[in-house]
Design a protein around this ligand. Structure first.
Ligand SMILES: Cc1cc2nc3c(=O)[nH]c(=O)nc-3n(C[C@H](O)[C@H](O)[C@H](O)COP(=O)(O)O)c2cc1C
Length: 182
């Protein structure tokens, strides 16, 4: 098993953001170091304190509020990452990544790192199947990103379909598999 790797876990503004707490815990249990980066949207759904406690590390919430040392924290995280895992990944985050925007800590890290990118989307089924989202995901796949999910089932928005976050145990396994393959 490829333990002891550095995983940057990006958490975005999805109703499934609370599941990132279990995911962080699972990755830690597997022996990896987890650094969580939250978007503004993610912070509407789960607190940095929860993820800081479960990941046993400080959480990055704002690209302009990184005060340790001279090197921008997001660049250190990008350089040190063995894997950038975004779970849950919102439609908006997937779009920003596809466009190559750098308007928050997570998107800055995504541009600055050369680590593999694993994306676990979670959203309303119509958002996921919208041609804009499908095209954005395809752009990212074309650049080498790997997608896991979304799963089918009853969605928090009341619709049934593809949009649920993939089970966190399977996301953790896929992350480990990717790390082992490096
Ligand atoms: C209750 C609620 C649930 C939401 N769930 C999702 C979701 O599961 N997936 C998604 O893509 N957007 C969802 N959104 C919309 C995003 O939070 C919104 O697009 C936000 O700007 C995403 O920001 P971020 O990608 O920077 O985190 C939800 C919004 C609300 C109010």
């Amino acid at each position: 098993m490829a333990a002891g790797k550095n995983i940057v876990l990006g958490v975005t503004g999805s109703i499934a953001a609370y599941k990132a707490a279990d995911l962080a815990g699972l990755l830690i249990k597997k022996g990896h170091k987890v650094r969580v980066v939250m978007t503004q949207g993610a912070q509407k759904f789960i607190t940095p304190l929860t993820l800081q406690t479960l990941s046993k590390n400080p959480v990055t919430t704002d690209v302009f509020e990184e005060q340790e040392g001279w090197c921008p924290g997001h660049i250190e995280l990008a350089d040190g990452a063995d894997l950038l895992l975004i779970a849950p990944a919102s439609a908006s985050a997937i779009a920003r990544l596809a466009l190559g925007l750098a308007d928050d800590a997570l998107t800055c890290i995504a541009l600055a790192t050369r680590a593999p990118l694993l994306v676990a989307p979670a959203m309303n089924g119509k958002m996921w199947s919208h041609p804009a989202t499908a095209q954005n995901a395809e752009v990212l796949r074309g650049r080498g990103a790997r997608f896991i999910g979304p799963d089918e089932g009853m969605l928090a928005c009341g619709y049934e379909g593809a949009g649920r976050l993939w089970p966190v145990e399977k996301i953790a396994d896929e992350a480990c598999a990717l790390l082992g393959a490096r």
